[in-house]
Ligand binder design. Structure first.
Ligand code: ACO
Length: 321
């Protein structure tokens, strides 16, 4: 049987850092409120020239160095992003041009918000498993700072910018064991960005993220709990078989609840929230890359990745690293 395996990871964070204390000067908030309610202390903010593509390229090149492969060996590029440079050409096509590898399929996933990376890695995994391609570049890249309302304290304190990349390669040894994707449009109003091409845009506010945070919080805890059960059952595994949880970085209290559900100590959870905030579809590959680079995640470890976002959409992957 053919599997896809993680053969390289990379990340990129803009230099500029915005702390909670900086935010105290922008909106009516406090460092202690943000830390207590979310776990976030700071986030990175893109400079004007740093687009989703620019950051994706930097993360991708890092992953290629680790995997020791050249751009021409890449068989597919998927960029998960809610903040593409343009609706089209896709960020993935712009990146493909920079990598000078015209020909392979390249596309963005930009409608699944923070769940985008889980959807992207699942799609790439299917193509590798069937033998259609050998290597796939899967990236999450976001400039969330451009779509948050900087006068809305309930959302602007949450998000940050950055990019994470994963290179998947075909393998006969187990890598990605299974992926699980879901969506439920009945929760469409809990989290949205109403940039509608079909309607005239006369309300400036509509261009920004709108979120009913407390409702989303409860939904996330429930759906992710069920998702863990589904993922483990599909592989006939127990909670104790999971070495690392690599979650979407939305809120430390959600992450704590998920660690508890798996009986995992927080030391076994890849957390970047404190320094990076919620980077939407970039948060999972960023957390993964950090834990791999600093040596916490080791080859052979069993990883459970999970993400959820607007739609609602959510997904998981169980991976033998
Ligand atoms: N500083 C100070 N006070 C604030 C702030 C702030 N930054 N933001 C909100 N408040 C106030 C509210 O106005 C409210 O005041 P009130 O009681 O006087 O009305 C009070 O704090 C409590 O507000 P809640 O929204 O009930 O606070 P909660 O404990 O739910 O925390 C939070 C809010 C952090 C947003 C939380 O609900 C959360 O993390 N939800 C999940 C978000 C999430 O998962 N996002 C991921 C998806 S993002 C994506 O897919 C793109």
């Amino acid at each position: 049987m053919k599997y896809s395996k993680i053969i390289g990871t990379g990340s990129y964070l803009p230099d500029k850092v915005l702390t909670n204390f900086d935010l105290e000067k922008i909106v009516d908030t406090t460092n202690s409120w943000i830390v207590e309610r979310t776990g976030i202390r700071q986030r990175h903010i893109a400079a004007e020239y740093e687009t989703a593509m620019i950051m994706a390229e930097k993360a991708a090149r890092e992953a290629m160095v680790v995997a020791d492969i050249t751009p021409d060996e890449i068989g597919m590029i998927i960029v998960a992003t809610t903040t593409p440079e343009k609706m089209f050409p896709s960020t993935a096509c712009l990146l493909q041009q920079r990598l000078e590898i015209a020909g392979c399929p390249a596309f963005d996933l930009n409608s699944t918000a923070c769940a985008g990376f889980m959807y992207a890695i699942s799609i790439a995994d299917q193509f590798i498993r069937t033998g259609a391609i050998k290597n796939a570049l899967v990236i999450g890249s976001e400039v969330m700072s451009r779509i948050v309302n900087w006068t809305d304290r309930s959302t602007c304190v949450l998000f940050g910018d950055g990019a994470g990349a994963v290179l998947l390669g075909a393998s006969h040894k187990p890598g990605i064991l299974s992926t699980h994707l879901h969506a439920d449009g009945t929760h469409k109003d809990v989290l949205s960005l109403n940039h509608s091409i079909g309607k005239p845009m006369d309300v400036e506010e509509e261009l920004f993220i709108k979120m009913t945070g407390s409702q989303l919080f409860k939904l996330a805890v429930n759906i992710l709990g069920d998702l863990f059960d589904e993922t483990l059952k599909a592989n006939s595994l127990q909670k104790s078989d999971v070495d690392w949880l690599v979650p979407h970085q939305a809120n430390i209290r959600i992450i704590q609840a998920m660690a508890k559900k798996l009986d995992l100590p927080l030391e076994r959870v890849a957390i970047t929230l404190e320094e990076q905030g919620n980077t939407s579809s970039a948060s999972i590959p960023l957390a993964l890359d950090k834990a791999i680079r600093d040596g916490r995640i080791q080859r052979g470890d069993m990883l459970l990745l999970e993400g959820f976002g607007g739609g609602l959409a959510w997904g998981s992957a169980l991976i033998k690293y």
